[in-house]
Every structure is written in C-alpha cells, then in structure tokens.
Write a new protein. Structure first.
Length: 292
C-alpha cells in the first residue's frame, strides 16, 4: 500500500460520495473505485458500506480513517521539516572559539543576529583549545571556529579575518614598568613570561628586544594567563581587546612601543560546507565582516 491510497480513502471518507471524491482528487470515479477495492483487499476488511444511494464508513473504516489522516499529517510534517532543513531554517551549528573571540564581542554579535534571523536553528558554542580547533573543523566535529592567526590550517579550510587588534603587555600592578606610557621590548629581557595560546606577540617582543623570552608557564586560557600575571608569575603579551574587557586586580595593561604588533581574529570553516544552516551563518559572517 502506498501513500496515495491513504489520500484516496480519506477523500472518499470525507465526501462519502465517489464522484465528488474523484473530482477532488482529479481522477476518474472508476479508477477511485478500483483503488478503494485494492485497499480493502490488502487489509482484508470492508471499510465502506456502499449502496446505490449512499456511502458510509464501517467500524473498521472509521478506525482506518483516523490512522490514515495521522499518517498523511506525519508525512506532510516530514516534508515540511525536510524543506525547512534544506533552506537552513532548521539544524544545529557547533561553534568553537578561543576566549579572546568572546572578549572582542564578535562572537556574541554574530550569534545574536543569527538567532534573530533563524530562531529554529540550534547554536552550540564552546571555548576550545585553539590548537585543536582547525582539526575539529576539518573533521566535522565543529562547524565554525574562531581563532587567532597566524596558525597552520588544513587545506580544506577557509579563513576569514573578522577583526584586527594590537598586542599589549599585561604587567603586575607593582611591576617596575607599570607607570610607563609604553613598554619597549628591550626592557622585558629580564622578565619571566606567561604565554597564551597565540604566542605571536611573545615571539615578536623577543625579536624586537633581541632576547629569547624566558617562558615559565603556558596555560593557554586568557583568564588563567592574566591570573598568573596578577600573582606575579610573569608578564604576558596579549591582544589589547582584553584591556577593556578583562579587568583583574593587580594587573595593568601597557601598549608596546614602536610599530604596532597586529593580532588577527579569524573565522575558519570548511571550503565545501554542505549543511544549509552552517552555510547561512558563514554567509552572514562574510557579508557582515568584510576582510579586514
């Protein structure tokens, strides 16, 4: 038995008249009669009591009508869900991010706008180790990642820079340079360094100051990095976006002297993304945030 048989039977059961039901369905009355007889043979049950003047449901027909209607409704709902999913109106998107993406506000801004436009898409966001994010995106465990460049990326990923910041230096409040307007890299040669996940700033400070930074801790997470700075474990080179968003006791932020050291926040995603919902978010990111 096929879905069309359910539609034929429901039409007859609702019209209780073969000619009207056939007209509603756009088929010949004789064809409809044959189809109803086929249903009854398949079920081995009489569904309709027919005379020359009337058609009425039997007890079995009334029960079958209830289930046929439910089956048609479920089918229509499934078709609707499939079509909505195909347009990206339904689905789930997994976003992975480094802490500075949340501090920069880009993450919140983009997810807030996406939720307003696509309210039935489930968004799941988690802070993840930056070193793992490219592989997780490439393997399909994460759909879109927010990372700090530069970093090595698999060939199957695209990258879109969404914000540029500058690196600054986080110092303990009682540090000898805490009162300086700006910090010259050479003045940090004797300091210990606490290094975040993106070590570009630390390496550049060492290059400018012509020394190898003495790294005492690599906790990764920015909050932990700055907590260790506040505990006098060392200094840290971090994106300047944290200066206004992550205020900790006994930590001061100072710009680096000389040419700014740029820190790039980027979105990474698969080149051949096939999921409509994820494609909608990628399209929003690229359109809202032209390459910096």
């Amino acid at each position: 038995m096929e879905l069309r048989h359910f539609r034929y039977f429901v039409a007859v059961a609702e019209e209780l008249h073969f000619a009207r039901a056939a007209e509603r369905l756009g088929i010949a009355p004789s064809t409809l009669t044959v189809q109803i007889q086929e249903i009854e043979r398949t079920l081995q049950a009489r569904l309709l009591q027919r005379t020359k003047r009337s058609v009425r449901l039997t007890g079995a027909g009334a029960l079958f009508l209830e289930q046929a209607r439910a089956s048609l409704l479920q089918f229509d709902q499934a078709v609707g869900v499939g079509r909505r999913a195909g347009r990206g109106e339904l689905g789930r998107i997994v976003v992975g991010y480094v802490g500075s993406a949340a501090l920069a506000g880009i993450l919140q801004q983009q997810m807030r706008r996406f939720r307003a436009e696509w309210p039935d898409v489930q968004l799941q966001a988690s802070e993840l180790p930056m070193g793992r994010l490219p592989g997780m995106v490439a393997e399909g465990h994460v759909d879109i990642g927010f990372v700090r460049l530069p970093m090595a990326l698999p060939d199957e990923l695209r990258v879109h820079v969404v914000q540029r910041n500058r690196f600054c230096v986080a110092l303990p409040a009682s540090h000898r340079l805490a009162g300086a307007a700006a910090v010259d890299a050479r003045e940090l040669a004797d300091d210990d360094f606490v290094v975040p996940e993106q070590d570009l700033g630390t390496r550049e400070v060492g290059r400018r100051g012509r020394f190898v930074p003495r790294v005492v801790s690599v906790p990764g997470n920015l909050l932990t990095v700055l907590t260790e700075v506040s505990l006098w474990m060392g200094v840290a080179v971090v994106p300047d976006v944290v200066a206004s968003t992550l205020v900790l006791p006994d930590v001061v932020y100072k710009p680096l002297a000389g040419e700014p050291v740029t820190s790039e926040l980027a979105a990474i995603f698969r080149r051949n993304e096939g999921a409509p919902a994820a494609k909608n978010l990628i399209r929003q990111l690229v359109q809202d945030l032209p390459p910096c």
